[in-house]
Ligand binder design. Structure first.
Ligand SMILES: [Zn+2]
Length: 244
């Protein structure tokens, strides 16, 4: 079932510059020589700048988020990518927090009704976003639109933290470099309607990793191999942001 937040964001997805997407061959990030450079630089980067990476898996429990044509909800895809990203970051020596590591809503006990539970879940996730003053926050979503032809990742940010735009640009560039060479989407600034991005006090990006309404992209996103590639793409974007 679509939730309020994705409906709001859907209005931003189509721009005049939008073109009919063509699927390009994807480079496997783990065989891309640049990827090895990034990994080999890890220790030097980490010794200079240590911080917390907070990875958010939106939707959980009764809130599945958007779905593929076959009814596969985004929540499981988001969670799989999140856990893979967490592992990559932890192996690299980062402290990582996740807003959930299983298919649950993290609303307060005793809250009744889906809308109130969703609101409580959002408030609790925001509290986690703001627990540390030295965190990078990435919220992992999948996208949906009425026209199935649209595909490709797009990063959303708010200017309430001045570093969020640079994080969004680094993540968007990473998708083009490692996964979607034909992706010409622009990063998009949003306001209060992007609740977590707007009220987060740390650099924060909502990463829409692909369109579940596009059959070809949905088929990719539901495979573990592609989920690993998306996780690596986010990982590389985070590392490049920290390095710059
Ligand atoms: Zn979503």
């Amino acid at each position: 079932m679509p939730t309020a937040a994705p409906k709001i964001f859907r209005s931003f997805f189509i721009t005049e510059a939008e073109r009919s997407p063509t699927r390009a061959d994807t480079k496997h990030p783990l065989t891309n020589p640049k990827a090895h450079v990034i990994i080999s630089q890890q220790k030097a980067i980490l010794s200079q700048k240590l911080g917390l990476v907070l990875a958010d898996s939106p939707h959980g429990g009764i809130d599945g988020g958007c779905t593929t044509a076959e009814g596969i909800p985004e929540k499981g895809i988001n969670l799989n990518i999140l856990l893979k990203l967490r592992d990559m970051l932890e192996i690299s020596g980062f402290e990582v927090r996740v807003t959930r590591d299983s298919d649950i809503s993290i609303h307060d006990d005793g809250i009744e009704g889906i809308a109130a539970q969703k609101s409580s879940d959002m408030d609790n996730r925001l509290a986690i976003f703001n627990e540390s003053s030295n965190a990078i926050c990435v919220s992992i979503h999948q996208n949906q639109f009425t026209d199935p032809k649209y595909s490709g990742a797009q990063m959303f940010y708010s200017n309430s933290n001045k570093e969020s735009e640079a994080l969004a640009r680094s993540l968007q560039n990473s998708f083009v470099e490692f996964l979607q060479p034909d992706n010409t989407r622009e990063i998009k600034q949003c306001g209060k309607e992007l609740f977590l991005c707007y009220y987060s006090e740390n650099p924060t990006v909502m990463a829409e990793c692909g369109f579940l309404s596009n059959p070809e992209e949905a088929a990719l996103l539901t495979t573990e191999e592609y989920q690993s590639k998306v996780a690596f793409t986010l990982y590389a974007g985070i590392i490049n942001f920290i390095e710059s």
